[in-house]
Design a protein around this ligand. Structure first.
Ligand SMILES: [Zn+2]
Length: 209
């Protein structure tokens, strides 16, 4: 099995749950569910419909407060892309309310399909990278939409350790297919010509060196 992050062919099955297999890449540390075991697009949309991601949901807005603070702390941003915004594009709404210029993009819901024809100073993926089916394709797209001086803000949970993976709740979400270690996050940053800086346990800023 080939690693979708570093192309190593030495990946081996590390864990299995209800026929869903999880492979570990010994080269970069990524744990991933192979394409054969992904949900169908229909099943995936159905699963998302069960999430309460509406803008009025108090807990959800609170959830974004920490990410908003990271973005504010990075200083003024020009054009921002909310990559994988979700149906309600809550983060886009919050940022635009704060005076930022943010565009939503989510092909799953037909949102901002043309948005990826432009380039951005800051590209934000809030719990998106763990969902993407085509990791190499999305990395290429991220490289294309981020300006050379631009930053990528990546929010995803880092798995505790290979030994503790079996007991980790985050893997139980059947729409999650990519799981990062700190090392894997650094490899991802490197593939984008950037360095990963951790600003919260689950928030990384991928910035030019
Ligand atoms: Zn790898």
């Amino acid at each position: 099995m080939t690693c979708p992050l570093c192309s190593s062919s030495a990946c081996r099955e590390n864990y299995r749950m209800n026929k869903r297999r999880f492979f570990l890449c010994p080269a970069c540390g990524l744990i991933f569910v192979p394409a054969e075991d992904h949900l169908s697009p229909e099943e995936e949309l159905l699963r998302y419909a069960l999430h309460d991601n509406t803008p009025g949901h108090e807990g959800y807005n609170r959830y974004f407060a920490e990410l908003m603070q990271v973005i504010i702390d990075r200083g003024p941003a020009g054009a921002i892309l909310d990559f994988g915004s979700g149906r309600s594009a809550v983060l886009t709404g919050l940022l635009n309310y704060r005076g930022y210029s943010c565009t939503a993009y989510d092909p799953l819901y037909g949102i901002g399909i043309d948005a990826v024809d432009a380039t951005y100073d800051r590209v934000i993926l809030s719990e998106v990278i763990e969902h993407v089916r085509d990791l190499p394709g999305e990395i290429t797209l991220l490289g294309k939409v981020t300006r050379p001086s631009g930053e990528i803000v990546m929010r995803t949970k880092i798995y505790p350790s290979v030994e503790d993976f079996a007991g980790w709740w985050y893997k139980n979400d059947t729409t999650h297919v990519n799981f990062f270690s700190h090392g894997a996050m650094e490899i991802l940053a490197g593939r984008l010509g950037r360095i990963a800086e951790m600003t919260a346990p689950d928030i990384f800023v991928l910035a030019p060196p």
